[in-house]
Design a protein around this ligand. Structure first.
Ligand code: ADP
Ligand code: MG
Length: 286
């Protein structure tokens, strides 16, 4: 069972080695596993050509949780996030070992269709990236692509419901056929989230979704995340520690491609067990 192999201890510094020494004899960090996970990473390593960006990461994502991935720039947060829905497949020279188990099925296996997989795991990027189409067509794009609706009236309903849930409906209902790019940055990001939830994904991956937004737009997205977590699991990369503390149920701290510590957000921010985590959250590093 390749998934359950004990992770190699990190070699790059004594703090990393000390951190890895806390792994239990099963090879998993305390707090990395949950009951009935929705998604599990098992012994994931990711390489860009011969540079290793992620080393032996094993962790679970629970149903209906918001999990924050934090750590200094370059520690591998985006790489790991993109490993969950096989977005790294299209990056030249990128290689993934280990596996990701989604609802009991390994996703890195011959025969898995990455497009179908991505319909179940939506992703929202740092920079809002609406398509150069109308507001309506942005939200309708996924349901059309994946053949989720048969009738125009049904599509209209999905578009309206998705815009309602992101709090955008009242702002755009009179200009649905205007270009999405005419919206403000915060509205564009909520539109991208509406586009993502229109296909009813089970998991929503978010890579620093608020870093280009002002505090008001950020607050709206954070309250939207709490609402979405009732039906979805959310994994959010954030460099904003207040945001991680405000919105997430659990937090995972990464350093140089290693998962150093994972636990409830309260525990990570109040009583971190690792000096690397503490240095980061107290601003001594990164
Ligand atoms: N497409 C790529 N090609 C080569 N190296 C990459 C690529 N993307 C990321 N990396 C490298 O992988 C490491 C992790 O990057 P990344 O996942 O973007 O970190 P983070 O999101 O935590 O800032 C970094 O050393 C980065 O330079
Ligand atoms: Mg990143």
């Amino acid at each position: 069972m390749v998934f359950l192999r004990r992770a190699e201890p990190p070699q790059s510094s004594s703090a990393l080695a000390a951190a890895s020494a806390t792994q239990s004899s099963s090879g998993f960090l305390p707090g990395a596993l949950v009951d009935r996970p929705r998604l599990s990473a098992r012994d994931i390593s990711v390489y860009y050509a011969d540079v290793q960006a992620i080393t032996n990461v094993s962790m679970d994502v629970a149903q209906h949780e918001i999990l924050a991935l934090i750590g200094p720039s370059g520690c591998g947060k985006t790489t790991l996030l993109r490993t969950f829905n096989r977005m790294n497949d299209s990056v030249r020279g990128c290689r993934v070992t280990g596996n990701v188990i989604f609802d009991g099925e390994p996703i890195y296996r011959k025969g898995v269709d990455p497009v179908a997989l991505r319909a179940r795991m939506g992703i929202v990027f740092q920079k809002p990236n609406p398509f150069p189409k109308s507001i309506y067509d942005n939200v309708a794009y996924g349901p059309r692509l994946h053949g989720l609706v048969d009738r125009q009236a049904e599509l209209d309903e999905v578009v309206e419901a998705s815009l309602q849930r992101t709090g955008l409906w009242n702002e755009v209902k009179d200009r649905l056929h205007k270009p999405a790019l005419s919206l403000s940055g915060g509205q564009q990001q909520r539109l991208c989230i509406a586009r993502t939830i229109a296909i009813a994904p089970e998991i929503i991956l978010m890579d620093e979704p608020c870093s280009a937004l002002d505090p008001i737009a950020t607050a709206r997205i954070e309250s939207l995340m709490r609402e979405l977590a009732r039906n979805h699991s959310i994994i959010i990369v954030t460099h904003n520690m207040q945001q991680a503390a405000r919105v997430s149920d659990r937090t995972a701290y990464f350093h140089e491609g290693h998962l150093i510590e994972i636990g409830t957000t309260d525990q990570i921010f109040t009583t971190p067990e690792q000096s690397l985590t503490e240095d980061y959250i107290t601003g001594r590093y990164g």
